[in-house]
Each structure stands twice: as C-alpha cells, then as structure tokens.
Ligand binder design. Structure first.
Ligand code: WAQ
Ligand code: MG
Ligand code: MG
Ligand code: MG
Length: 257
C-alpha cells in the first residue's frame, strides 16, 4: 500500500519586487520542485529565503502553489550528460555557444536569429523564445513572456546531488538548469537550447541538445549584466500547440543514471 508520504507534490514559487507580476512588479525569482509530502514544508521555507535573499533584489511579493500530482500523468527522461567549455570572456563564450549550436543541427540563419533575439533584449524574458532550427522563424509569438518550461524535477535528489557534488557542481543554478535542459532536450521536436542567466553575477550559460548533452560554458556574459534569456530551437514542422503543452504541463522526472 502506498503511504501518504509517497504522494508527490509540486511546489512552485514565484516572486517579484514592487508588486505582483503584471501590475508593475519586477520579476525576482521563481523555483519549483517535485517532492514527497513530508518535504513540502521544508521546500517552501527554503524557497521563501531564496526570494528574500536574491541577487536581483529582495522580493516583496511571493506566491506559492502546492499541488498533489497524479501518478499516471508522470513521465521520465534521462539526465543530460554534462561537458564543460572553459571560456574567459563573453565574446569567447558566445563564439563557443555558436559552434555548439551549429554542430547540434541548428542552421546558421536560425543561430543568428536566436542570438539576435537574446542580444537585443533590454529586459529579461520570463521564458524562452521558440525558433525554427532551419528557417530561423520565431514560432511562439509570445514576445517577452516566451514559453515557460515547468513541471520537472529530478527523480532522486540524493543520487543527483551525489553525482553533481562529486563534479564540484552542487548548488541551485546548475541543478535547475540541468533539470530544465534535460526536459527540454527530451521534448519531441527539440534540436538545441541556448541559455544565459538573468542573475547579474551568474555569468555561466549553456547549450543543451539531445545529441551532445549539456554543454556548460563558463563565461557567456559580463558580470553585473541582469539580462538573460533562453531559446529553444525546434525541428522545422514541429506542432507548436503540442510542444508548448509538453513544456508547460507534462510532468517529467529526470532520471540520474
Ligand atoms: N522556462 C523557460 N525559460 C525560462 C525558464 C523556464 N522555466 N526559467 C527561466 N527562463 C529563461 C528566462 O528568459 C530567463 O531570463 C532566462 O531563461 C535565464 O533564467 O552553472 O540561471 O533562471 O551550469 O536566470 C545556466 C548555467 C544558469 C548553470 C541559467 O537561468 C550552470 C540560469 P535563469
Ligand atoms: Mg529565475
Ligand atoms: Mg532560474
Ligand atoms: Mg535567474
């Protein structure tokens, strides 16, 4: 018999400063985990602290959503293998990212379009721009919001932390990025993903792909730059309704080998 403590809960937090999102508040941070019931409370406390102590500012508006998940709606995908490219400057990092995108199957045109979207931002996006990996056309039509990838976590936090801790990659940023990139790479249609952080002092970014995994690029922007974004490059002809539905609503647990 399955005990109460085996029921999985989604815990989501988003926070802003100067009011709620959409009514003048500036986005500070968001977080989500999928945990057993006995961990929900601890998770909420640690998210609260993250919102209050964030580099982007101390949030004054914090929202939580706690929701029991239905077992039959949950799927699994593998954790992407990680490799690292050491770079010293933003220019070097972005050049490395371009190389990774091209060898992952993104066309020169689409790569240029993806970079143009992120490099022309004057404020951070909330989600990701979806770009046709062949033609470079932006497909989501969601402007500064973009598509949010949600409803994912690692299946076994202990196994994950043991593996990443051993590589010196503990901490929230690599964890969240690797979990997200793993779900994105497993999506039907994804060719590659490009990302750098909106946290002003977090200069590491990555290119993820189902072909090569998670290519961590140590420097991709200048210190102090608060603008970040993501681009999901998809196969020409990808059904966008299904793609967005998977990103926003499919619960995916990422399995550590
Ligand atoms: N779904 C889609 N796009 C998102 C999501 C999401 N759930 N969360 C953030 N984004 C977009 C949004 O445009 C943000 O501005 C941008 O990505 C950056 O988000 O050491 O910290 O959460 O290996 O600031 C990568 C390197 C860190 C980690 C990425 O991203 C490592 C990071 P951030
Ligand atoms: Mg964030
Ligand atoms: Mg984040
Ligand atoms: Mg951030």
């Amino acid at each position: 018999i399955m005990g109460e403590e085996k029921v999985l809960y989604s815990v989501k937090m988003r926070s802003s400063l100067g009011g709620a999102h959409g009514v003048g508040g500036q986005h500070i941070s968001g977080a989500e985990r999928i945990v057993t019931k006995n961990s929900v409370e601890q998770e909420m406390i640690s998210m609260l602290h993250r919102a209050w102590e964030h580099d982007r500012g101390a949030a004054d508006f914090i929202q939580f959503k706690v929701e029991a998940l239905r077992h039959e709606g949950i799927t699994c995908c593998p954790l992407l293998p990680l490799y690292q490219i050491d770079t010293a400057t933003k220019e070097e990092g972005r050049a490395a990212a371009k190389k990774e995108l091209l060898r992952s199957g993104v066309s020169e045109t689409a790569m240029g379009k993806g970079f143009a979207i992120l490099e022309s931002l004057t404020d951070s996006m909330r989600g990701a721009a979806v770009v046709d990996a062949e033609t470079g056309e932006r497909l989501d039509g969601l402007g500064m919001r973009g598509v949010r990838c949600s409803c994912m976590d690692c299946e076994d936090t202990c196994a994950y932390e043991a593996q990443m801790g051993a590589k010196g990659l503990g901490g929230e940023h690599p964890r969240e990025a690797l979990i997200l990139a793993s779900k994105v790479a497993a999506a039907p249609g994804t060719v590659a993903e490009l990302c750098w952080s909106d946290d002003p002092f977090y200069v590491t970014g990555y290119v993820g792909s189902p072909k090569f995994g998670y290519g961590r690029i140590t420097v991709m922007k200048e210190k102090g730059d608060p603008i970040g974004g993501r681009v999901f490059f998809v196969k020409h002809g990808t059904d966008m309704d299904r793609y967005v539905e998977y990103m926003q609503h499919q619960t995916v647990l990422v399995r550590v080998k």
